[in-house]
Ligand binder design. Structure first.
Ligand SMILES: C[S@@+](CC[C@H](N)C(=O)[O-])C[C@H]1O[C@@H](n2cnc3c(N)ncnc32)[C@H](O)[C@@H]1O
Length: 219
């Protein structure tokens, strides 16, 4: 199954400017970007024997933080984002790219992973698709495996209006447009959904708009 807005949120057109864009952490959408990627890679606790799946790998900024593992399978719908990743990460022989939608990828029977990681990609899936993705991730993780996410997230759906009002009052059109047009996670419902699948879940706030979630599958 393919996610509904895969073609709209395909970042091919953004590829040339993406790496400069994410370095401006003064913008609320990018606040704590590098800290979130550092946290996701540290929580993933990858070693040389770990098989890792990265969802929405973009220009490879999270992959770059996984220098050693058994295999790093990177999924993204945008081959132009991957061209930039490939140019930066040619020294990582364990890294492989798959051009695919995040949900559709699981229809290819990719086997099981020790770790699934993703930063700033899953907010392009609608709520129902996020829940479907959690099930697929659960089913493709080994026992004691973990999924670590960093993304645009709000604590609850109820915060959406007040946060939008806050950015409207600041005339921050970029953030308002993202809040209206993209599908920011809600930490409370995502946590509940992951817990209902049996994961142990911990969440951490990095900025007004960015949070991390680490979900561990029990033995
Ligand atoms: C904001 S970028 C994040 C890239 C990278 N993970 C990072 O943290 O910098 C989102 C990435 O997700 C990809 N993407 C968006 N929707 C997707 C989908 N449905 N399936 C696969 N990739 C998708 C985009 O092409 C883009 O490369």
């Amino acid at each position: 199954m393919r996610s509904q807005y895969a073609d709209i949120f395909n970042h091919n057109e953004d590829a040339p400017d993406y790496d400069v864009d994410v370095t401006d952490e003064s913008r609320p959408l990018r606040a704590a970007y590098s800290e979130v990627l550092d946290w996701v890679s540290s929580q993933a606790a990858v070693d040389r024997l770990t098989r890792v799946l990265e969802l929405g790998s973009g220009t490879g900024n999270l992959s770059a933080r996984i220098p050693h593992c058994a295999e790093l399978v990177c999924v993204d719908i945008a081959p132009r984002m991957e061209s930039i990743a490939a140019a930066k990460l040619g020294h990582l022989p364990h890294r492989h790219y798959v051009e695919s939608d995040l949900l559709e990828f699981f229809d290819t029977n990719p086997g099981r992973f020790d770790v699934v990681i993703s930063t700033y990609a899953i907010h392009h899936l609608i709520e129902e698709e996020k829940l479907m993705l959690f099930v697929r991730i659960h089913d493709h993780l080994v026992a004691r495996g973990r999924a670590v996410f960093g993304d645009l997230m709000l604590p609850t759906a109820a915060h959406e209006e007040s946060i939008l009002a806050e950015f409207r009052a600041r005339d921050d059109e970029e953030t308002c447009a993202a809040l209206k047009e993209e599908f920011f996670w809600h930490v409370d419902t995502a946590t509940q959904a992951l817990e209902s699948l049996g994961f142990d879940v911990r969440a951490r706030r990095f900025s007004t708009l960015s949070h991390g979630i680490c979900a561990r599958k029990p033995a």
